[in-house]
Design a protein around this ligand. Structure first.
Ligand code: HEM
Length: 129
């Protein structure tokens, strides 16, 4: 089982000597990564000692970045202090998202078009006979 940390403990590691960041309830020691982070060390230091899940997701990190971060994982947040993880891969299809309004619109357009076409064909057929 991964080592368990309390948020209070992560909080103490908030400078460039010891930078721990919580992302999705996992604890990362990014101290050796500060200099290598393509997004710069400032943004990591800003999140050091804190929960950087939202900041991390806002950037839209690549799957490469997600793989790379596992190198720096040192443990997890204790069960009682975990937060629900917002699943970014699914947010675009969640019900309160504008994209889903679009897709439900698409769901309407097809039957309506078929309905109109059927009416036109029906009318044309009866007019010409
Ligand atoms: C262990 C944790 C992290 C790893 C391994 C990591 C890795 C990376 C990598 C590989 C990139 C290059 C672009 C990509 O592949 O997505 C990147 C870009 C970036 N990261 Fe991180 N990152 C981490 C945490 C964070 C956090 C907590 C923030 C907070 C805001 C952050 C902010 C950024 C920014 C602003 C960029 C630049 C995006 C751009 O120029 O388009 N990263 N990161």
């Amino acid at each position: 089982m991964a080592k368990q940390f309390r948020r209070e403990e992560v909080k103490q590691h908030n400078d460039n000597q010891k930078s721990w960041i919580v992302i999705h309830n996992s604890v990362f020691d990014v101290t050796p990564f500060l200099n290598e982070h393509p997004g710069g060390e400032e943004v990591l230091l800003e999140q050091a000692g804190r929960d950087g899940s939202e900041a991390f997701e806002d950037v839209g990190h690549s799957s490469d970045a997600r793989e790379l971060m596992m190198k720096y994982k040192i443990g997890e947040i204790v069960e009682s202090e975990r937060k629900p993880i917002k699943d970014k891969t699914n947010t675009w299809s969640s019900s309160d998202d504008s994209c889903s309004t679009q897709s439900s619109l698409k769901g309407w357009i097809l039957p309506i078009t078929i309905g109109i076409l059927a009416t036109l064909i029906y009318r044309y057929y009866f007019q010409s006979h």
